[in-house]
Design a binder for this molecule. Structure first.
Ligand code: CA2
Length: 146
């Protein structure tokens, strides 16, 4: 059976490619989803890519992932630094969790240095631009089919 990976993006990431390209690059959220879907097809992983500005929606998707996904690649946006509720939802997920940040958060303001999600993440990527999603996906594939 084909493994499923959820790629979940949090608040404001719908603006990717439209503002602050010096921090977040030129790719749009649709570009990220498309390149992950293409890569997923070569790796034998079905991708479900989603974005929401709402914490509850993100939590509902994580619950949905419990029923069908082998892995979650999540960029929780600013909820990274605030949301115990997203951490709790990820703690209820049994598969692999990778946390991705487009920017190098540790080079930025101090409030971006702490992540609740990192308490659950099996791996964290920061500062590799939107390529970070593909790197996480490749790692997920090697974990699923060593
Ligand atoms: O570097 C990342 O991926 C972040 O998760 C992005 C979040 C930020 O709050 C985190 O500290 C680090 C912000 C996403 C905002 O995305 C925008 C994209 C383009 C234009 C404006 C905002």
């Amino acid at each position: 059976m084909t493994a499923i990976a959820y790629i979940i993006n949090g608040p404001n990431l719908n603006l990717l490619g439209q503002r602050e390209p010096q921090i977040y690059g030129h790719e749009t959220i649709e570009d990220v989803a498309a390149s992950c879907e293409t890569l997923g097809a070569t790796l034998g992983i079905k991708i479900k890519a989603m974005q929401s500005n709402h914490e509850g929606q993100i939590i509902d998707w994580i619950h949905e992932a419990r029923l069908e996904a082998a892995g979650i690649i999540i960029n929780p946006g600013a909820f990274t630094h605030t949301s115990i509720a997203i951490l709790d939802a990820l703690n209820a997920f049994d598969g692999t969790v990778f946390e991705v940040h487009i920017s190098q958060v540790h080079k930025r303001e101090a409030f971006r240095h702490h992540s609740y999600v990192s308490l659950r993440a099996d791996g964290v990527i920061a500062g590799f631009g939107t390529e970070g999603y593909e790197l996480a996906l490749r790692r997920l594939a090697s974990i699923l089919a060593p």
